[in-house]
Write a protein that binds this ligand. Sequence first.
Ligand SMILES: [Zn+2]
Length: 298
Amino acid sequence: MSGKIRFAPSPTGFLHEGHLLSALYVWAAAKKWGLKIHLRIEDHDQSRMRPAYVEGIYEDLAWFGFHYDSESIQSKRWPLYEQAISKLEAQGLVYPCYCSRKQLEAENPKSETGEIVYQGKCLTRRETWFDRLTNREGRREIEPHNLRFIVPDKVIQWHDLRLGDFAENPKLQCGDFPIRDREGQWTYQFAVCVDDIDEGITHIVRGEDIRSSTARQIALREALGAKEPPIYLHHALISDSTGKKLSKRELAYSLRQEREAGSSPETLLGRVCFKAKLQESPTPLSLDQAISLIESRI
Ligand SMILES: [Zn+2]
């Protein structure tokens, strides 16, 4: 099989064990299926990224010995996102939302996962906005708003190689969702879809905490003209001894701090595989051993 897979960290902090496990899954999947590996730095939110974290990603990957075939950084791809949004606007699939966080909380129901399901309040204001948009420069004078994508009200069926079949309606999961936020930053959901299509990604392997984004991403991909969805695999996350997912605070100890404290790559690789229940003890592993171990479980 030929194709391309991506490892796509956000430079909003230094990489931690959770990222290391994800990287191992991506490299293991690439080995198993003979895929090219693409490194994408997801700095779509310029207000949260820091250059030091971008450097950190390169340093950490090199220290472990992860090699990739190509790379991109989202901040250099702004024209592509503008183009994509125009494509959605041309289909009438975008509208501005002026609701504050407080209003969103108060006026919309929540899904069983606790996510706000936007009911489309601002959809009715769309016409005025499009009139004013004829002068695109005039957009700056308009009150703060995000831009939402109109999701189709339909069940989307998709398959996960580990978790099986899903049938989900994004209209009921989240409703119309933001593709650009109030500060003018592209959202994760939007940038990731534009990039996956443009970069020819055929396989998406990522943590199961992002699984619920899949149906809405498939809907957005379709609107952007993608021919078919990629192959998905959402891997299990590192959990504590009681099986609960580790909190951000528990994962706060970065790989960089471990490195500076004198840990070897082998120690960290062995430990992360142990914590992910891929081996019985925290026996140190070389990168090849860790990748092979995961490859045999995919
Ligand atoms: Zn609104």
